[in-house]
Design a protein around this ligand. Structure first.
Ligand code: CP
Length: 324
């Protein structure tokens, strides 16, 4: 049953730049509102007019399938006008800077800029220059907040609660904004987090984030409720981090043998895009009795609708956000 009290609740942040800084109650509110949008997205008529008259610009400086498409769908299903911009067809190709591009778009009075950039901190910098709301759709190896929220929604709907879960995040933690946002969110919501990776693919002093560190998959996966696999982010690697893909898969690729160490009903998750035969065996990825990879994608649309909805509630009340 829909919870009417959610309609009036406000998200107290102008931007969504990361999970860092969000309280447990704020994350719970985002997940509660997302739940209502999961139901709406399963109807024949998926469209409402909550964001009618609003303009959203998706500004992606890095490739994306899931995040960009789901933000576009989210905005359109809420009734907003949505513009997609990618670097390849923008004036950045003519030498315009990130800030000049953002200020140019800002002058057209968008209500929300959704930004992905390869540099950690670039989205925050941009948010300081514009006077619309900004959502971080992934910045370098820093944060990917809506990915962590959709992962949390998937876990909460499957397991009823995030508190008390034992979650293993496995693979290229060093370059992963998904890992960082998930560690922050899961710990805020009361889950225990393990990271499993070769030493070369872990940030120094990762223990300071409060996670347990393992270098052996079967040891680290023991009794886990959730097994979250990560892609090797070769586009961020300068140098050699592992001897060969074959050896990486042998020690860190998820197959049924390694999975057998986790709880018998442990869920398999992956933010995508996945590389079969590198970090995950094809059979395991396609085992829909355990793998919730497609469910994560479905939750992504609902979570992004909730973010856009909550972030734009009350925007018209603040004159600073309407005028240059
Ligand atoms: N998980 C994720 O961010 O996927 P895309 O790169 O396809 O958006």
């Amino acid at each position: 049953m829909a919870d009417d009290s959610l309609d009036t609740k406000r998200f107290p942040h102008r931007h969504l730049l990361g999970i860092e800084g969000l309280s447990r109650d704020e994350i719970a509110l985002l997940l509660d509102v997302s739940d209502t949008y999961v139901d709406q997205n399963r109807q024949v008529d998926k469209k409402v007019s909550t964001l009618r008259g609003r303009t959203i610009i998706n500004l992606f400086f890095e490739n994306s399938t899931r995040t960009r498409t789901s933000f576009e769908l989210a905005g359109k299903r809420l009734g907003a006008d949505v513009i997609n911009m990618s670097v390849s067809d923008s004036a950045i190709k003519k030498g315009e800077t990130l800030i000049d591009t953002a200020m140019t778009l800002n002058a057209m009075h968008p209500d929300v800029l959704v930004v992905r950039h390869s540099n950690s901190g670039a989205v925050q910098l941009l948010s300081e220059k514009v006077n619309c709301a900004v959502v971080n759709a992934g910045d370098g190896s820093h944060e990917h907040p809506t990915q962590a929220l959709l992962d949390a929604l998937t876990m909460r709907r499957r397991r009823g609660n995030i508190e008390g879960l034992l979650v293993a995040i496995c693979g290229d933690i060093l370059h992963s904004r998904v890992a960082r946002s998930n560690i922050l969110l899961l710990q805020t919501m009361g889950a225990r987090v393990r990271v499993i990776a070769p030493r070369t693919l872990l940030p120094t002093a990762i223990e300071n984030l409060g996670v347990e560190v393992f270098h052996d998959m079967k040891v680290g996966l023991k009794d886990c409720d959730i097994v979250m696999m990560l892609r090797l982010q070769t586009e961020r690697m300068h140098g050699s981090f592992f001897p060969s893909v074959r050896e990486y898969f042998h020690f860190f690729g998820l197959d049924y043998d390694k999975l057998s160490a986790a709880k018998p009903d442990a869920l398999i998750m992956h933010p995508g895009p996945s590389n079969r035969g590198v970090e995950i065996d094809s059979e395991v990825a396609d085992d829909y009795s355990r793998s919730v990879i497609h469910e994560q994608v479905e939750m992504g649309v609902a979570v992004r609708m909730a973010c856009l909805d909550l972030m734009t509630r009350g925007i018209g009340d603040d004159p600073d956000q309407r005028n240059l």
